[in-house]
Design a protein around this ligand. Structure first.
Ligand SMILES: O=C(O)c1ccc(O)c(O)c1
Ligand SMILES: [Mg+2]
Length: 600
């Protein structure tokens, strides 16, 4: 099906919006009246610009407060409509959206509404225009799709149909099954928007919190299935009013939008994409740093050993069990300081994973960073993190480890208490305007499941986190966004290493000279009130800065290292199937971090 996007969904000037929509691969746009009013371009120029960009103008909108009014008022409305139909002729678009009225002048009289919409359609027909009547969820007398349809049906005019908007339908809790009772050719337009499930005034909800399908809590796929069964064959058009997207870069938002439509179409069999290849583990995390020394000191204290060096680049491999961390001191690091730059995901089919990513508009990175490197499939995540699809030590596939030469190192004793053995999770802080996009990206491109989104208060604002995981939990990525007093802190990432004895791990780390993040005494007093601990247990946690959480399945104990540049490490002990990440403790941890000066 053709895809379209309302200009209101994107930021910038009309030209910027159109360019972004075209680059992302949309077939058409809905022109929002305010975008046209604010544009220096004439309607003819807008029409030409769209044509140059390969975009059709599928809808002009909105026309408001037309129907069910006293005759003298309606005469004025028709006059206004005539002006807009003339404008639409210049724009070269033949469909207009009319929202159900919110005017205090409007009467609760369906017969009058039908008669006046019929007369509007008469006039529209003279201009070759079709009128699509949409029920706003907060319409004065008409607020549900079935009510709007009954008025359109009563009017019985060929130039009058209905516009369905998933937000208005689902926010009212209407049953979308009834859509199948509307003849497909009378559904003149379909607007799609998702939204988080919030209990709030529906107008505010609609104007500020809409998001792209798959990013909220509505069953957009289910609704779309009813619309398709009704026989609708017009465009799938995204109409998303969202405070964040209004400020984000239009190009990125448009790609995010198109990705959401592709996934939506795939979910109901309207598009066929290379299937998801779910990663089975984290092969490595790659840090870049201008100065390896502080990073090496922390990794060493965490019990990892430097085991190999890249054959041609200043990259070291540190490992312990299945926990592998690359430390890259190449040129990128000198530009940007210490940070997490790349993640290797163990993939059953690296090439297939990259094909899906590409089909879902992820930027594909060159397969080789240098001629002598193993050809690895890689894409960039929305936050710029490079994701490598890896096959570690599988003879038939290129192996990233083959790029590394083993170096002599002293094997630290085998089974030490508290040794880390793998990466439990990665926490990737997202730029604030990429949060929803990041969650959809990781779910759709990588085939990971999204866990519940968690909001907690941070000393400097709201900290929001949402984890995506594979079904066994061997890949866990916590996507987060939160304000912080410094730029580095808002971009901080962390690597959580799993151990089966966090107390021993923390002690060893400290004994090896590692700096643990101290936690406030008040936190432990509160823990003592909430849970019963064995004799001495809490004193140990207090001494080491270990945090504690519990869910229905099990327990979680974790502590943090000091930050180096924009990176810190967490030691975690998960017991009995605990599924979370200690979000309860995040405000305390964040406050403790804000009070620390990072190591350079
Ligand atoms: O919020 C509004 O006014 C508005 C306008 C046009 C639409 O299509 C819509 O769904 C909402
Ligand atoms: Mg709408």
């Amino acid at each position: 099906m053709r895809t379209s996007i309302a200009t209101v969904s994107l930021s910038g000037s009309l030209t910027e919006k159109l360019t972004a929509a075209s680059r992302a691969g949309f077939d058409g746009v809905e022109i929002f009246e305010n975008d046209l009013l604010a544009s220096p371009l004439t309607p003819e120029e807008i029409r030409a610009r769209c044509a140059d960009l390969g975009l059709t103008i599928d809808l002009y909108q909105p026309m408001r407060d037309i129907e069910a009014v006293p005759e003298d008022e309606f005469a004025r409305n028709l006059r206004r409509a005539r002006h807009k139909f003339e404008l639409m002729r210049r724009l070269g678009t033949d469909a207009v959206l009319v929202c159900s009225t919110v005017s205090p002048l409007a009467l609760d009289d369906d017969a009058l509404a039908a008669a006046q919409l019929g007369r509007l359609a008469d006039l529209a027909q003279d201009f070759g225009v079709r009128v699509a009547y949409e029920a706003l969820a907060w319409g004065r007398h008409v607020s549900t799709y079935d009510h709007a349809w009954s008025i359109v049906e009563a009017a019985g005019h060929p130039a009058l149909g209905t516009c369905l908007d998933s937000f208005h339908i689902l926010s009212r809790g209407s049953d979308p099954k009834g859509i199948e009772d509307i003849p497909g050719e009378k559904i003149f337009f379909l607007q799609l928007a998702d939204a988080p499930l919030l209990a709030m005034d529906v107008l505010q909800w609609s104007r500020h919190y809409r998001c792209f399908p798959g990013q909220g809590g509505f069953d957009i796929a289910g609704l779309l299935q009813h619309v398709v069964r009704a026989g609708y064959d017009g465009p799938l058009s995204l109409e998303v009013f969202n405070d964040v997207f209004r400020q984000a870069e239009a190009g990125t938002t448009a790609v995010d939008a198109r990705r959401s439509l592709l996934v939506l179409q795939e979910s109901i069999g309207l598009a066929s994409l290379p299937g998801p290849v779910v990663p089975t583990g984290i092969a490595f995390a790659e840090l870049v740093t201008p100065d390896a020394e502080p990073v090496a000191a922390i990794l060493g204290a965490l019990g990892l050993a430097r085991t190999a060096r890249h054959r041609s680049k200043p990259v070291d491999l540190w490992e312990r069990g299945e926990a592998r961390i690359l430390v890259n001191t190449g040129p990128a690091a000198r530009r940007d300081g210490t940070g997490l730059a790349a993640v290797g995901l163990e993939s059953p089919d690296p090439e297939g994973a990259a094909r899906r990513a590409e089909a879902l508009l992820a930027p594909v990175l060159p397969r080789r960073r240098a001629p002598e490197d193993a050809p690895l499939d890689a894409v960039a995540a929305p936050d710029g993190t490079e994701l490598f699809f890896c096959a570690t030590d599988r003879p038939e596939l290129p192996n990233w480890r083959a790029d590394f030469e083993t170096i002599e190192y002293v094997e630290t004793a085998g089974d030490v208490a508290g040794a880390v053995d793998r990466i439990d999770h990665l926490a990737l802080t997202q730029p604030w305007h990429h949060f929803d996009e990041a969650a959809l990206f990781h779910r759709s491109v990588l085939g990971l499941h999204g866990q519940e989104s968690v909001d907690v208060a941070d000393p400097y604002g709201l900290f929001r986190s949402r984890a995506v995981t594979n079904s066994g939990g061997s890949v866990r990525i916590a996507l987060a966004v939160g304000p912080a007093p410094t730029e580095d802190e808002t971009r901080a990432q962390h690597i959580a290493l799993a151990t089966d004895d966090v107390v021993a791990a923390a002690r060893r780390f400290r004994a090896a000279g590692g700096g643990l993040l101290p936690m406030p005494a008040n936190y432990y007093d509160d823990l003592a009130a909430r849970y019963e601990f064995t004799e001495g247990e809490l004193a140990t946690y207090r001494e080491l800065g270990i945090l504690y959480d519990r869910d229905a399945q099990g327990e979680f104990r974790h502590c943090y290292t000091r930050t180096v540049g924009r990176v810190f490490f967490e030691l975690v002990q998960r017991d009995g199937g605990y599924q979370g990440y200690g979000a309860q403790n995040a405000p305390v941890r964040l406050a403790a971090q804000h009070g620390q000066r990072p190591l350079r």
